[in-house]
Design a binder for this molecule. Structure first.
Ligand SMILES: [Zn+2]
Ligand SMILES: [Zn+2]
Length: 318
């Protein structure tokens, strides 16, 4: 529902005023991601996996449509404002059994979809058994994924659990009133849920024209961070951009580049809507693994992972 802005706020919406947050749009976020994944799956080395994540995104879209998680309570918002914390506690999500209901909805859609590979169907069946027989174990696995409790991460089930956790967190973010955010949030973390970003997007259109937004890997919120600044250590000097040269095209023409930092030797990808309007931070990140190989070989570490691609515990993401 569109909010009607009071008079003072309408006047404040001038073009010198960069919107701090772009909240996820319930009807769009996962639907557009699914479409993007299907588009990127054509001629991609991991096309089958992108199509599976597209099925998950479609399931997420359906689950989000009638998702109603409890509103963030006033006490938590007051605490967040007093201490510059994220008002939505990502670590609390696995404590609400509702996240497992969302997981079951996602699995229902997955099981009903055509073309899902047998190994994914087997994982879905195992997860259903876990929901029934070991809900606490599943909660612990979910807590490890949102950075709580330090439990082991099972790389096979992680994308499915993340799909459900994203729906929960995105429901919270869709309804969160940005006016209740603390004035200052910790640098490099999502101001709404405190999670790490997956990548950033330089946007076109409206008040966001030409501005760069970091994209939360969990709650789908996007938040403004100035360009040419390391999104990990805040350094502005020696930030550089690497792209993959496609035949007959200069790297700067590519929508996907890696923003590397000489100070902390990390990188995150940055996608440009003016080169490809439909970029999606999670989908395009997954579809450009060649860029990770390129910058990895050049000695840079990925600053944070993709929720649909996990590494074993010995290479645990930060
Ligand atoms: Zn977030
Ligand atoms: Zn840095």
């Amino acid at each position: 529902m569109q909010r009607i802005l009071p008079r003072g706020e309408i006047e404040a919406l001038d073009h010198n005023n960069i919107p701090r947050l772009i909240a996820p749009v319930r009807a769009e976020v996962f639907r557009l991601r699914a479409a993007r994944l299907r588009h990127l799956a054509q001629d991609n080395a991991i096309g089958d996996y992108l199509r599976l994540v597209a099925v998950l995104a479609e399931a997420q879209h359906a689950a989000l449509a009638d998702c109603r998680t409890p509103a963030v309570d006033a006490q938590r918002i007051a605490l967040a404002q007093a201490h510059g914390m994220a008002p939505v506690a990502a670590g609390d999500i696995p404590r609400d059994p509702a996240w497992r209901d969302i997981l079951l909805q996602v699995l229902d859609r997955l099981d009903a979809a055509a073309g899902v590979p047998a190994p994914a169907r087997a994982i879905s069946a195992d997860l259903r058994l876990s929901v029934r027989d070991d809900p606490e174990g599943l909660d612990r696995a979910a807590a490890a994924l949102v950075g709580e409790g330090g439990g082991q991460i099972d790389v096979a089930t992680a994308p499915f659990l993340m799909a459900a956790l994203q729906v929960y967190a995105t429901d919270q973010a869709c309804r969160f009133d940005a006016g209740q955010l603390p004035v200052v949030s910790p640098y490099g973390l999502c101001p709404v849920c405190g999670s790490l970003p997956v990548a950033s997007v330089v946007r076109v259109g409206g008040q966001q024209e030409g501005y760069r937004y970091l994209c939360c890997a969990l709650c789908s919120t996007q938040w403004h961070v100035v360009r040419v600044k390391c999104t990990t250590c805040e350094e502005t000097k020696d930030v550089a951009y690497q792209g993959i040269e496609a035949p007959g095209r200069a790297p700067e023409k590519e929508a996907a580049r890696a923003e590397t930092c000489e100070s902390c030797h990390t990188y995150r990808k940055i996608f440009s809507q003016d080169k490809d309007y439909d970029v999606d931070p999670i989908a395009d990140d997954l579809a450009t693994l060649g860029l990770d190989v390129l910058v990895g070989e050049a000695g840079y570490q990925r600053a944070s992972g993709n929720p649909f691609l996990w590494q074993g515990d010995d290479e645990a993401r930060e």
